[in-house]
Ligand binder design. Structure first.
Ligand code: NDP
Length: 330
């Protein structure tokens, strides 16, 4: 029974040496328990924060203990009345091939409703983040201009498509020409900017958003965002969802001062954590599922095979190796 633990707290870019690969006994279920076999593992940028012991909104992972993330698993044996052998579930679980659970905070999923992995992406945390961030925090309205960074990723690709469903002009920023092509051909974005080929971000955004930016959905922060800030429209909203460009920084870089712009343009900036909005999850999943069913939403997944490749898949997020949701199939 393979297990992956946090071996050391990464300094700067995490590396494979920050992980322990262990073997343990396969457990057996006692009364009230289920034995779970891991099928799909979600790797997410926010796990980087949990690998550090800095004060945050979630507890840090402990050293020499398993890392956990959202997982889809199969019930292989059950001594819990709520679950039958063969059920599929999703929960925050340890990076273990097999593990026990008492069934608390475990949600059954219907394998016939959508592919199992979709529960970790489009119908899971990242889809929900896109929906709630854009509607509740961004207050996006029909006809507005929406700019999304990290646009070809799990959250960003959904944000842009919801923007199109709402009849907006949508501009995506991502890190390769192939991703820009995907934004336009598969996800229906109006404009795409490859930030790796663009020195003058401000000018590129001005060109792609001639009426100014009403909503900026930010997944990355740093230099890309500095360019967007120069182009905000009056009463614009900035949704601070993620800051992946800064997650491995050992010293915080400073950027241009934005306060005069915020005042002059009456712009608001709001950080948000999807977990604060549990009351909206059911609505979000229902709406995302409806759009999927109607063919109004598309999604991409990058699926890496093999339990032992979970850490590498996580590291690859920081290299932009994923299109859409990064998932490991065990
Ligand atoms: P993604 O699927 O977007 O994967 C990460 C992507 O980030 C990569 O594919 C890469 O794409 C891009 N990236 C990596 N390094 C950099 C960099 N230095 N500068 C610019 N872009 C970079 O991940 P998610 O969709 O899961 O998450 C997106 C963001 O949203 C993350 O910052 C995450 O922490 C945040 N998040 C926040 C939540 C909340 O509640 N606030 C909930 C869920 C996610 P590219 O090729 O374009 O560089």
């Amino acid at each position: 029974n393979k297990v992956i633990e946090l071996r050391s707290r990464p300094v700067g870019e995490p590396t494979l040496s920050d992980f322990n690969f262990e073997e343990t006994e396969k457990p057996t279920a006692s009364d009230g328990e289920i034995l779970l076999k891991t099928e799909y593992v979600s790797v997410d940028p926010y796990l980087r924060g949990r690998m550090s012991d800095a004060d945050s909104y979630v507890e840090p992972f402990e050293l020499d203990k398993p890392i956990s993330s959202a997982i889809v698993a199969k019930v292989v044996s059950s001594k819990n009345k709520r679950f039958d052998e063969g059920d599929y579930i999703t929960a925050e679980l340890d990076w273990k091939e097999y593990q026990l659970s008492d069934g608390k905070n475990v949600r059954k999923i219907d394998p016939n409703a959508a592919p199992l992995s979709a529960n970790l992406g489009i119908l899971g945390m990242t889809g929900i983040t896109a929906y709630i961030g854009l509607t509740e925090i961004g207050q996006l309205k029909e006809g507005e201009t929406l700019v999304v960074s990290g646009a070809a990723g799990a959250v960003g690709s959904v944000v842009g498509q919801i923007g199109k469903i709402k009849g907006c002009h949508v501009v995506g920023i991502a890190g390769s020409d192939e991703k820009i092509e995907l934004l336009k051909s598969k996800f229906g974005f109006d404009e795409g900017i490859n930030y790796k080929k663009t020195e003058a971000m401000g000018e590129a955004i001005a060109q792609a958003s001639p009426d100014g930016v009403d909503v900026y959905f930010d997944n990355v922060a740093g230099r890309i965002s500095d360019g967007v800030y120069q182009n905000m429209a009056d009463f614009g909203r900035i949704v601070n969802c993620g800051a992946i460009a800064l997650y491995n920084a050992t010293e915080m870089p400073t950027g241009p001062r934005v306060e005069p712009m915020l005042i002059k343009k009456r712009v608001s900036m709001q950080g948000f954590i999807v977990g604060d909005h549990q009351d909206k999850f059911t609505e979000a999943v229902k709406q995302l599922g409806k759009w999927l069913g109607e063919g109004q939403l598309e999604y991409s997944e990058t699926v890496v095979e093999g339990f032992e490749n979970i850490p590498q898949a996580f590291l690859d997020l920081f290299e932009g190796k994923n299109k859409g949701k990064m998932i490991v199939k065990v």
